[in-house]
Design a protein around this ligand. Structure first.
Ligand code: FES
Length: 504
């Protein structure tokens, strides 16, 4: 059976066994379809249009599309098992961008190897976004960065969905997608700054990533990480040369606990570099939120909260990443919404910061009750964009997981932090009054947004001598006090209480 795919003006053709799942064949043939829910039929991101041929309409298709859309051929590719030759259109809005975005910093123009030294190559290996940067040898500030969506997103928006995929189909495809993402970023830097790139190449690439990303990259077994009590195969730092990256040697940071990985090790280093007064708390928000409390008595209490993709617009019916057209700021006055979108484009959906604003303002204006009830099941934001009761619920689950983890760690650490350092790309665009309003963080503690602490920290780590790296990681090893949330007696009660929208 033949499948012809029209993608961004290009036509691809491949064969597929009769009755096989269309999404699998698109992905196996490198068509980067977004499958945020991992093929469960719930995210509605894997949409395609059948231009010629036939696939039956499934019950999930009926939930995702109106009658008129079904009639014009729209289907969820994860629910389609075609039995005839097909011509399929994959709309570019549903695919994953494969060209990195480059950000140049002011120091780049004046940087000279003879005067400033050979720069480092570092990487923040996020579940959603990957950043590869060349950093200044003195001080570790970035000179130039390449940002790209992690191509693993095609196997699921959150880490648990990808681990499930790896359990069923092996780690190979997850590793290959990560290497593809890294290669695209490295190639983009090589084109932009060939001389600096060539000089930095022999020093290798220092990578900070959570436990799952590190395990995928090194092709370690994920069997113990995917099931309770969620322990990685190894917590050791890694070092490996990849032929897929032209022989580049990749150094990974050690892991601290189940889902508290090298990105948190880097985050701790970034906070120590700020000379933060102890006790302090680090909250690195993402699909998996890592939290650390340094109690100032030589203990680092750590845990991770499986927040899921809601903060990044995933699993929200009209949610999207923080891209052009995403509602990123929302205020309400005089019974009307005042919205800002990224790049001032026409509103296409809602990203995480917009979602938090919308919910906070809706609760304040009593459009939604404090326990998350949405009268009529739908809250209209614009004639085209609404929040559904399920979206509100999805956010409540994510925020309660984060808040409960924060509350519990503070209690176990036995201190009230002087400051909460809020890290992560998503955190950079948040309005702190909305964050406080929805009760995302423990109340009454000053909050400071510190940007991508994982990237800052891995740059500092790369700049340390091998002896000082070892001293630092040995110290963390003696300070670490991991807390497994699900095993805490009071976790469930607190989780249910924290579902409420409330700052206290
Ligand atoms: S609905 Fe198909 S991948 Fe989510």
């Amino acid at each position: 059976m033949k499948i012809r795919v029209n993608l961004r003006g290009e036509t691809l053709e491949f064969s597929s066994p009769v009755g096989a799942r269309l999404l699998d064949y698109l992905q196996e043939n490198s068509v980067p379809v977004n499958a945020a829910c991992g093929g469960n039929g719930t995210c509605h991101k894997c949409r395609v249009r059948i231009e010629d041929g036939f696939t039956a309409i499934s019950s999930k298709d009926r939930e995702a599309f109106r009658e008129s859309e079904l009639a014009s051929g729209w289907r969820l590719s994860c629910q389609s098992r075609p039995k005839t030759n097909l011509v399929v259109e994959v709309p570019s809005a549903e695919t994953i961008r494969n060209r990195p975005r480059i950000a140049k910093h002011s120091d780049l123009g004046s940087y000279a190897i003879s005067k400033d030294g050979v720069p480092f190559l570092v990487c923040d290996l996020g579940s959603t976004g990957v950043v590869v940067a060349l950093v200044n040898r003195r001080g570790g500030a970035p000179l130039i960065e390449a940002h790209l969506l992690n191509r693993q997103v095609r196997f699921g928006a959150d880490v648990m969905t990808r681990l499930h995929h790896a359990q069923v189909k092996g780690v190979g495809s997850l590793q290959a997608s990560l290497l593809e993402t890294l290669k695209s970023c490295l190639d983009a830097l090589r084109v932009e700054v060939p001389e600096l790139f060539a000089a930095a190449f022999s020093g290798g690439l220092f990578c900070s990533g959570n436990s799952a990303m590190t395990s995928f990259l090194l092709n370690r077994s994920i069997d113990s990480l995917a099931v309770a009590p969620f322990q990685p195969d190894s917590r050791e730092a890694g070092e490996r040369a990849f032929s897929e990256l032209d022989g580049l040697v990749v150094h990974t940071l050690p892991l601290l606990a189940g889902f508290v990985g090298g990105d948190t090790v880097a985050g701790i280093l970034a906070i120590e570099a700020l000379a933060a007064p102890e006790p302090w708390m680090l909250v690195d928000i993402g699909t998996n939120t890592e939290i650390v409390v340094n109690n100032g008595r030589g203990e680092l209490w750590l845990s991770s909260a499986p927040a899921g993709p809601a903060f990044e617009g995933g699993n929200i019916s009209q949610g999207m990443r923080a891209e052009a057209g995403a509602i990123s700021v929302a205020r309400r006055s005089g019974n009307a919404w005042h919205l800002e979108t990224i790049h001032n484009d026409l509103a296409r959906g809602i990203c995480g910061s917009g979602l938090i604003d919308l919910l906070n303002e809706s609760v304040m204006d009593k459009l939604i009750t404090e326990d998350g009830y949405v009268p009529g099941g739908r809250l209209e934001v614009t004639p085209e964009i609404s929040l559904l009761a399920d979206d509100v619920r999805e956010f409540q689950l994510a925020k309660s997981a984060t808040r409960t983890a924060g509350d519990l760690l503070i209690e176990r650490a036995g201190v009230v932090p002087k400051c909460i350092y809020l890290a992560g790309t998503f955190a950079q665009n948040l309005r702190l009054d909305s964050v406080a309003g929805v009760g995302l963080l423990p109340p009454g503690i000053p909050v400071r947004v510190i940007g991508n602490a994982s990237l800052t920290g891995v740059s500092l780590y790369a700049a340390l001598s091998p002896e000082n790296r070892k001293k630092f990681t040995d110290r963390l090893e003696t300070m670490r006090r991991p807390v497994e949330l699900a095993l805490q007696d009071d976790f469930q009660d607190r989780f249910v209480r924290n579902l409420n929208f409330s700052s206290t």
